[in-house]
Design a binder for this molecule. Structure first.
Ligand SMILES: Cc1cc2nc3c(=O)[nH]c(=O)nc-3n(C[C@H](O)[C@H](O)[C@H](O)COP(=O)(O)O)c2cc1C
Length: 240
């Protein structure tokens, strides 16, 4: 019996050793378990979250590195092509969206002598100004541009070009604009940006001219949500 007891104790010892060994190898198997790997993935997502946090920080730094921004625009109310009589100009709507989205200041180029309120008369006056390469005066003086690093500049396309009054603005402020980042935008009814960026670069040598945005005028009145999305995407691409 004593012998049987010894054999039993020995067997029990073996069983315990195997059980312990099984526990040990079991925890190792868990590490190789896909579920355990998921845990590792989740854990490794933490550094990624941190990484994206620091990307957001970099974004903020980039935004502040862009400094203060101003939105300068020219726009007409009254009778307008496609949209009829409007009480807020198409370009004004886009200008306000930009300013609102990035917290920029706004300044409207207002003509010293008002333009006609009917579309046909307006197109005649605009064509005459273009033919004469006129420099119509604007009211008041531009804001102190030395305060700004980036100036968004927007206008309707008039006869395939910037309205002549915008060339008055470019020329009268050429020196102050020359060290800035200038970002053009247009509203139009089919002509797109009409070379606003290239023409702006020629009018203000030395300035950095970034990718412009063209928005169909009628969309600013009828599809403001999608225009807002376009504006937001464009601003994001520009790093704002
Ligand atoms: C004088 C004049 C000329 C225009 N010339 C063009 C043109 O060449 N190409 C175009 O696509 N749209 C042209 N349009 C349409 C305007 O660009 C469009 O309606 C614009 O959104 C008006 O903007 P606003 O409301 O800010 O003034 C012209 C409009 C006017 C009044």
């Amino acid at each position: 019996m004593k012998h049987t007891g010894q054999v039993f104790s020995l067997l029990l010892a073996f069983v315990m050793i195997f059980a312990l060994a099984a526990c040990g190898s079991g925890s190792k198997t868990n590490e190789e378990d896909p579920k355990a790997e998921n845990k590792i993935d989740t854990a490794s997502a933490l550094p990624e979250e941190k990484a994206s946090d620091s990307e957001i920080d970099t974004g903020k730094a980039a935004e502040s590195a862009k400094g203060k921004a101003l939105v300068v625009y020219f726009s007409r109310t009254g009778e307008q092509y496609v949209v009829g009589v409007i009480d807020k100009g198409n370009t004004a709507i886009v200008a306000e969206m930009i300013a609102e989205k990035i917290g920029a200041d706004l300044w409207e180029v207002l003509p010293a002598e008002d333009y006609p309120m009917t579309y046909n008369e307006l197109t005649d006056v605009a064509k005459k100004e273009q033919n004469e390469n006129a420099r119509p005066e604007y009211k008041g003086t531009a804001p102190d541009l030395s305060e700004y690093d980036t100036v968004f500049i927007g206008a309707p396309v008039w006869w395939g070009d910037w309205p002549m009054i915008m060339y008055t603005f470019f020329e009268q402020n050429r020196d102050s604009l020359a060290d800035k980042t200038l970002i053009p935008f247009s509203t139009h009814e089919g002509s797109g940006l009409s070379g606003f960026d290239r023409k702006l670069g020629s009018a203000v040598p030395g300035a950095t001219v970034k990718e412009g945005l063209a928005i169909r005028g009628s969309d600013t009145q009828d599809s403001q949500e999608s225009v807002g999305e376009n504006v937001a995407d464009w601003l994001q691409d520009l790093g704002f």
